[in-house]
Structure formats: C-alpha cells, structure tokens
Design a protein around this ligand. Structure first.
Ligand code: G1P
Length: 290
C-alpha cells in the first residue's frame, strides 16, 4: 500500500537578491502578505492539506523564521497583562500550529542540496517540497491538497506545472510529456532553466513537489548542474526516466513573491480576499484613475 505523506520540506536558505535592499537584513520569508509572514502562509497551506511536520532548511541570517514558530513568553505575558486576548490567541496559535524541525544548510549548493539536507529527518517516506517564493491562492482547495489528491489516485510522484510565456522559459525548470487527462501529464523530459531555443515546451515547474524517498538517493548522485548548483530538476529527470513523474496543472493563481511585482500582486490578491480589509481595498483600487 502507498505510504501516507506526512512531512513537508520548505527550503528557506535563499538570499532573496531580487528583493534587495530589504532582504539585506530581513529574510524574504518573513516579509508580510498583509500581516502574515509568507512562511506562515506556506505552513498554513501544509496544515490545511493534512501535513503533520515541516522541515525548514535554513541558512545564515534565517534564525527569525524558526523563532516565528516558537513560543514568545515575554510577548504573551505583555498581551495578557494588557487584556489583548484575541492577539494573544493569534500569537499562541502560531507556536502550536505544527511540529517544525530546522536544519541548517551550511553552504548554498542549490535547491537539490537543500532538499537532500532533510534526508535523515524524512527517512523512508514520500514527502512534499514547497518553495516559499511561490504563493498560490486558490478558491478551490490548497494546491498542496490538490497534489495529495493526485498522489492518492495514481500513487506516483507529482510536480506542479503551469504554462509560462515563451520568453520566460529560461527562468524555470521546464517539463515536457504527454497529456493523458485534463491537467495531467506523463513527464518525459525536464530541463532546468533551458535556453529559449532549446526549451522542450513552455510548461514550467512551480514550487510544489510530491516525491518518493528514492529522490534522496538520486540527489546524492546528482552532479552540480546549471549555475554550478545541485538541481532538484536534474534528479527529477532521472525519476521520470527510471520510475514515473506526473505533471499536474494546478488550479489557482501563482505569485512569485521573490520578485517585486509578484510580492505586490500577492498582497493585493490576498488583501482582496480578506474580510477585514478586502472591501476597502477594492474601493481604493477602483478609485485609482488608471
Ligand atoms: C526553482 C526551481 C525551478 C522552478 C522554480 C519555480 O528555481 O529550480 O525548476 O521552476 O523554482 O519557482 P528558482 O526560482 O529557485 O531559481
């Protein structure tokens, strides 16, 4: 029988160079989507999808991320003394929301290497990888849940994909394969950040993966690829050849919050969905005479 997916790896060691200068001192994963740090939005997606433990792969200067999910007794006492019970509950909820484990990636050797750092904690179980730059809002169910549903049905590894403009293909891992059903592809080829002239399609990998533990073995044997980094995409190319990999066109809107414009569109999109500020924000946007 297929093993249940209980753990999610969230790599948070990246430098966030596209958002400098703010990321010089603030980890991009702690930048807010309205008033919630991006990392919490990602963790909440895991919880809403039934995941029990998240493994944060951290790096230099990222200590604040683990702190965010820890208890903060001084703050709790202050809120209690001031009678701010609603806020107190909010703050406590974050600390108890899910089991978190932090692992330090000591050198920035690439996404594949970051995932490999979680090998011992994940063990012999299928696992998820969520890239926190990719915020996906969905009025349907969370993308991670959509992927788990595909896995429950077919029992194979799943990678989320989306069509991107041809001129953007060299910014992504690109997949190609045969479509066998609505939104589902049997992946045959994967290339990390191909040159436009070599891209096998314009179907890009977006940061949600559901993978079998054999991927750790593949990663151990994966040589540095493009940019001199160990690429997860290269290990998945082997997975698609030796086993199977499903490309799943998810339902939802994706924002790349590692990018200035994507960070703003994510904030607007999430802000519009919020009951407390959504109506006023909508009014404001309509009032802009663009
Ligand atoms: C990573 C992956 C790439 C994927 C992208 C999605 O690249 O390596 O395959 O398409 O995330 O956001 P990065 O954006 O970290 O360079």
């Amino acid at each position: 029988m297929k093993k249940q997916v209980k753990k999610a790896i969230i790599p948070v060691a990246g430098f966030g160079t596209r958002l400098l200068p703010v990321t010089k001192s603030v980890p991009k994963e702690l930048l807010p989507l309205v008033d919630v740090p991006a990392i919490q939005v990602i963790v909440e997606e895991c919880i809403a999808s039934g995941i029990e433990e998240v493994v944060l792969i951290t790096g230099r200067g990222k200590g604040g991320i683990a702190d965010h999910f820890d208890y903060n007794y001084e703050l709790e006492r202050l809120l209690e003394e001031r009678g701010k019970f609603e806020l107190l509950e909010k703050v406590r909820d974050i600390s108890s929301m899910i089991r978190t484990v932090s692992i330090r990636q000591k050198k920035p050797l690439g996404l594949g290497h970051a995932v490999l750092c979680a090998k011992d904690v994940v063990g012999d179980e299928p696992f998820l990888v969520l890239l926190p730059d990719d915020i996906i809002t969905s009025t349907y169910v969370p993308v991670t849940r959509q992927m788990l549903d595909v896995y429950d049905k077919y029992g194979e590894a799943v990678v989320s994909v989306m069509e991107v403009p041809q001129e953007d293909v060299s910014r992504y891992g690109i997949v190609a394969g045969e479509q066998w059903s609505e939104g589902l592809y049997r992946v045959r080829t994967l290339i990390e950040k191909p040159d436009i002239s070599f891209a096998p399609s314009n179907m890009a990998i977006i940061g949600r993966y559901l993978l079998p533990p054999v991927v750790f073995d593949y990663l151990q044997e994966t040589k540095p690829g493009i940019d001199g980094e160990v690429q997860l995409t290269d290990a998945l190319a082997r997975l698609s050849r030796e086993r199977a990999l499903i490309g799943y066109e998810f339902k939802g809107d994706r924002h790349d919050i590692g990018d200035k414009l994507g960070f703003l569109t994510a904030n607007i999109s999430i802000g519009l969905q919020r009951e407390d500020i959504g109506p006023e924000l909508r009014k404001f946007l309509k009032s802009l005479d663009l």
